[in-house]
Structure formats: C-alpha cells, structure tokens
Design a protein around this ligand. Structure first.
Ligand SMILES: N[C@@H](CCC(=O)N[C@@H](CS)C(=O)NCC(=O)O)C(=O)O
Length: 198
C-alpha cells in the first residue's frame, strides 16, 4: 500500500489511520507546493486533482481523506475503527465521518472568505449551524469519542477541530478544543504528526 502524503496537510488523516491500523505501507512524499512534483504521472494516476492524501492499494486507487479513512477502516476490520455494515452504529459513523468534508470544511471556507451565508441554499448550512450541530453531537455522544466509547470517525472530526483552532476561526470552543486535544494525543496521531517535524 502506498500513501501519497505531504506534511501539515489533510494527508495527516490518512497517515494517522494507517498507524491506528498498524498496517504496512510505503510513504511517498509529494511536495504540493512544487508544480513539478505535483505533475508526477504516478501520483496523478492515483490523484487526478493533484491533491493529497491519495492511496494506492493493489489495483485500488483513491483520493480524499474521508474516502481513504472509510476504505482503510473497512479493509482492516480487526482494528475495529468502523462499525461493520449491519451494526446499529454504522449510520451514525458514516454521518459523522462524512460531516468533516461535506459540512465542516465548506462552512470553514465560507467563514474564512467572508462569503455570504445561505442556510437553505448551501448544503453545509452555515458556519454557526455547523458548529452548533458538532457541539451537540459531541455533547450527547456519551463518551470521549463521537460514537461514545468507540473511536471511529474521530480521525476526521478531530483533525477538523484541530484546524478550527489552528486557523483561529473559532476562538472559544472549550469542548471542541478538548476533543481535538484528546484525538491528537492518541499514539497513532502523535506518530503521524511526528513525521511532519522538519
Ligand atoms: N477533500 C480532499 C481535499 C484534499 C486537499 O485539498 N488537499 C490539499 C492539502 S490539505 C492539497 O493537496 N492541495 C494541493 C493543491 O490543491 O494544489 C481531502 O479531504 O483529502
């Protein structure tokens, strides 16, 4: 398995998942700020948009951090990073896993660029609605993770909460920031971010 990765990007999510799984992999560094590196044909065959993370696993090629987290969790069920199909928690898991890229990130972009909000027209609602919903989800989870005692979609949500704080978009969100800290303190997350130290 080959992970196309660049430090301090969303590729951290995929690297973190691989460490959670303990799966063997090869790390391929792509400098996304370098047009030549980004044009590498082997990379573009896996990532047509030229974005990281991207994953090659035998004949399977995919990109997008959410898709990769979901794929890896399903490929390695023994690691129990996703409720199996048929498990009553599967729906909630999918909903929160997809929430990062389909709601949190577009809402963050809206806030970042001061774009006009439109709760009904935008699939992500508004920045405030996104935060309210996330707060409520974590507040009612009944444990340290979004599914309560079970760690799963938290790689995606935890990094999103980390980015919320890092980008200074949200100043005072103790519950979200404590959650980000809890997630980032996991040994696999520490290993993934250690790879980013220059
Ligand atoms: N939805 C994608 C977004 C990936 C993405 O935008 N990655 C950025 C780094 S965080 C990138 O590769 N940017 C390089 C570029 O677009 O030129 C995901 O979650 O993986």
């Amino acid at each position: 398995m080959k992970l196309y990765w660049c430090p301090k990007t969303r590729a951290t999510r995929a690297l973190w998942m691989l460490h959670e799984l303990g799966a063997p992999f090869e790390l391929v560094f792509i400098d996304i700020r370098d047009a030549k590196a980004k044009a590498d044909p082997a990379f573009r065959a896996v990532s047509p948009m030229g974005k990281v993370p991207a994953l090659e696993d035998g004949a399977t090629r995919l990109w997008d951090s959410g898709a990769i987290c979901l794929y890896l969790a399903d490929q390695y069920p023994a690691a129990e990073l996703a409720p199996a199909i048929g498990d009553p928690d599967r729906g909630r898991y999918l909903q929160w896993l997809l929430y990062t890229n389909s709601v949190i990130e577009p809402a963050m972009a809206e806030k970042f660029t001061n774009a006009p909000a439109s709760a009904a027209a935008h699939g992500w609602g508004t920045y405030e609605l996104m935060l309210d919903t996330l707060r409520a989800g974590l507040g009612t989870a009944g444990g340290p993770w979004i599914l309560g005692q079970r760690f799963s979609a938290d790689v995606m949500l935890g990094t999103a909460c980390f980015f919320l704080r890092q980008f200074g978009l949200t100043k005072d969100e103790p519950a979200l920031f404590a959650y980000a800290d809890r997630c980032m303190a996991r040994p696999a997350a520490q290993r993934a971010t250690a790879a980013e130290v220059p």
